[in-house]
Write a protein that binds this ligand. Structure first.
Ligand SMILES: [Zn+2]
Length: 97
């Protein structure tokens, strides 16, 4: 079984969900900017790696706790703000939205 970073998976899921409900939150919605939000948010949170399905289930329960969800949400909001202030993408390379 490959090693999973459960926090990263949760952040990816939450970012997609948040941006789907708040289309204006991110000034630019290209793949690069969304990936930057995920990377920035995940790097502010403690990583939780697991290589077993039991470990994944345990961390999954932990990730559902209110405090952890709040930490993740705040990290995502901070990351969106950062990316909005200084998007790293190259505007000339954007061809698809
Ligand atoms: Zn962008």
């Amino acid at each position: 079984m490959p090693v999973h970073n459960s926090v990263l998976e949760e952040v990816q899921y939450q970012v997609e969900r948040y941006l789907a409900n708040h289309r204006d939150a991110l000034a630019c919605s290209c793949r690069q900017c969304r990936d930057d939000v995920v990377a920035l948010a995940a790097s502010q949170l403690p990583s939780r790696y697991t290589a077993s399905s039991t470990g994944r289930a345990l961390i999954g329960v932990e990730l559902q706790s209110k405090q952890v969800q709040l930490d993740i949400f705040q990290a995502i909001l901070a990351a969106i703000e950062k990316v909005n202030q200084s998007p790293r993408h190259d505007p000339k390379r954007i061809v698809q939205v």
